[in-house]
Design a protein around this ligand. Structure first.
Ligand code: SAM
Length: 268
């Protein structure tokens, strides 16, 4: 296994990148889509444009498809109504059931790291609100498979993505630790909740040359964001992309398989 700490795009940052708030948010109602006036939509569009310029482009995201996706997806429709006014701030927000929608910059960064191209099949573990899945689905010619473990979130995200017209997103409820073998191999896999090791089924379901982007670290703490690239011999080339804070990967897969070592996480 080749370990590269040289790609320190993010490690140069002094602050940790947070994808989840330090405290677990209390459950809120599953967000619904209620119609907004044209004026309200225009205000949200303005806020979204400012978010892309100030927190996505300015922090170094350059992939044109990713920037276009971040401009296209209405994040305010993926958060509970009481959070809408904060939808374009660069921080995670509660979506109910103790879960969060990730910080926009992290969504953009992880999407860029996947290096998606036309014809790629991408697996997401942790559908949550469906926002990351929608961003992936905006990349031209990409097919998205997304798994969420909490039934209520899985169902509301599926409905939301359907109502927004994302026919290239396929959702299922289940334990993403085991991936989605029926559609493997995947050209890219993104995990948006943190296990303390790379789930072997995800490694197996990654195509040769495939990219896996995943936070790894102890439950409830900070993690390291890793990008792995599968080599022709099946080994993973590893790139440390810096510190992050995600909610833990839960479920039988993560609980029944102990930490297997191999990748370090930072001490805060
Ligand atoms: N990608 C989401 C979005 O755009 O809203 C945010 C993801 S949130 C930070 C992490 C999600 O992973 C939660 O919804 C959580 O329920 C889910 N999750 C945790 N463990 C999981 C597992 N084993 N399989 C699938 N989903 C899981």
């Amino acid at each position: 296994m080749i370990l590269s700490l040289a790609l320190a795009l993010l490690t140069a940052c002094t602050a940790f990148i947070t994808s989840a708030p330090p405290t677990t948010p209390s459950p809120t109602a599953v967000p619904t889509i209620t119609p907004l006036t044209a004026e309200e939509e225009a205000i949200f569009a303005q806020k979204r444009e400012r978010m892309v310029i100030e927190t996505i482009e300015r922090r170094g995201i350059t992939d044109e498809d990713v920037l276009r996706a971040m401009r296209a997806v209405p994040r305010h429709l993926f958060v509970p109504e009481e959070e809408r006014d904060y939808a374009y701030g660069d921080f995670p927000l509660p979506i109910g059931y103790g879960q969060t929608i990730s910080q926009p910059y992290i969504v953009a960064l992880m999407t860029e790291l996947l290096e998606l191209k036309e014809g790629d099949k991408v697996l997401e573990v942790g559908t949550g609100s469906g926002y990351q899945a929608a961003i992936l689905a905006e990349i031209p010619g990409v097919e998205v498979y997304s798994i969420e473990i909490i039934p209520e979130l899985a169902e509301s995200a599926r409905k939301r993505l359907e109502s927004l017209g994302y026919t290239n997103v396929h959702c299922k409820q289940g334990d993403g630790y085991y991936g989605w073998p029926e559609y493997a191999p995947f050209d890219a896999i993104i995990v948006t909740a943190a296990p303390d090791h790379v789930p072997p089924p995800l490694m197996d379901q990654l195509a040769e040359g495939g990219r896996l982007v995943i936070p790894i670290g102890p439950p409830g703490g900070y993690q390291t964001l890793w990008k792995f690239v599968k080599q022709p011999d099946g080994e993973l080339q590893a790139f440390n992309m810096g510190g992050v804070a995600f909610v833990p990967l839960t479920g039988p897969g993560a609980e029944e398989h102990p930490h297997q070592g191999g990748y370090e996480w930072p001490t805060p």
